[in-house]
Write a protein that binds this ligand. Structure first.
Ligand code: PRP
Ligand code: ORO
Length: 213
């Protein structure tokens, strides 16, 4: 669920302005899930813009306080959720930890980095949700460490049914600052995409796992 439509359009405007959104229908991107896609949204770029990362940090705090209440700890999903998660934890004045996709193979063999005590409540921050797998791996690692996961917050989701089902299956709430439909709305309004590209993006969105196969 998107937190607030006005915020969703503003975030979309920022992403388009800094060219975080790339379109390559003729040379599709490969996603973490293995899906091929004509679009890639590089939210990591937001960190390079103080005005944008301040906006994201503040809206994340609003979202978290309204949706979940103040948690004991903020957790970032590695790597995209680390920096923005730390900024949010700073603003909330709470500890920060981050969760790797798997345990480190050397050193302390940690999957969760930082100090987490049993029974602490956690809100998990992610930069982007496609299938939801990366987010939910982090959620389950935190639960295995006996944390209470209040829910997840992400900058952006593509809003796929498969992600919604995954979050439901794992009994985890997801709230985001923006999403795919608001991004397309903003992209059309600002003439960022042509009618032809819009058609491709709509086709892909209706059947992402078979598109271009
Ligand atoms: O919902 P999913 O299907 O799991 O895809 C989304 C994930 O993909 C990206 O991370 P990536 O694996 O590219 O690694 P990075 O964060 O280290 O850049 C993104 O930052 C999310 O974590
Ligand atoms: O699913 C992914 O791997 C993915 C998609 C996307 O648009 N951006 C991103 O950083 N990762």
């Amino acid at each position: 669920m998107v937190y607030d439509e006005e915020c969703g359009l503003k975030v979309a405007e920022f992403l388009l302005k800094i060219k975080a959104v790339k379109l390559q229908p003729d040379n599709p991107f490969t996603w973490a899930s293995g899906w091929k896609s004509p679009i890639y949204c590089d939210n990591r770029k937001t960190l390079s813009y103080p005005e944008i990362r301040t906006y994201l940090r503040q809206r994340f705090v609003d979202l978290i306080l309204e949706t979940y209440g103040k948690p004991d700890v903020i957790a970032g999903v590695a790597t995209g959720g680390i920096a923005i998660g730390a900024l949010v934890a700073q603003e909330l004045g709470v500890p920060f930890i981050y969760v790797r996709s798997s345990s480190k193979a050397h050193g302390l063999n940690n999957q969760i980095e930082g100090d987490l005590r049993e029974g602490q409540s956690v809100v998990v921050i992610e930069d982007l949700v496609s299938s939801g797998k990366s987010s939910l791996v982090a959620v389950e690692a935190l639960r295995a460490a006996n944390a209470i996961v209040k829910g997840m917050a992400a900058i952006f989701t593509y809003g796929f049914d498969v992600a919604e089902e995954n979050f439901k299956k794992h009994n985890c709430k997801l709230s985001t600052l923006s999403n795919y439909s608001l991004l397309l709305q903003q992209a059309v309004e600002s003439n960022y995409i042509s009618e032809e590209k819009l058609e491709t993006l709509n086709q892909w969105r209706s059947s992402p796992n078979t598109w271009n196969n």
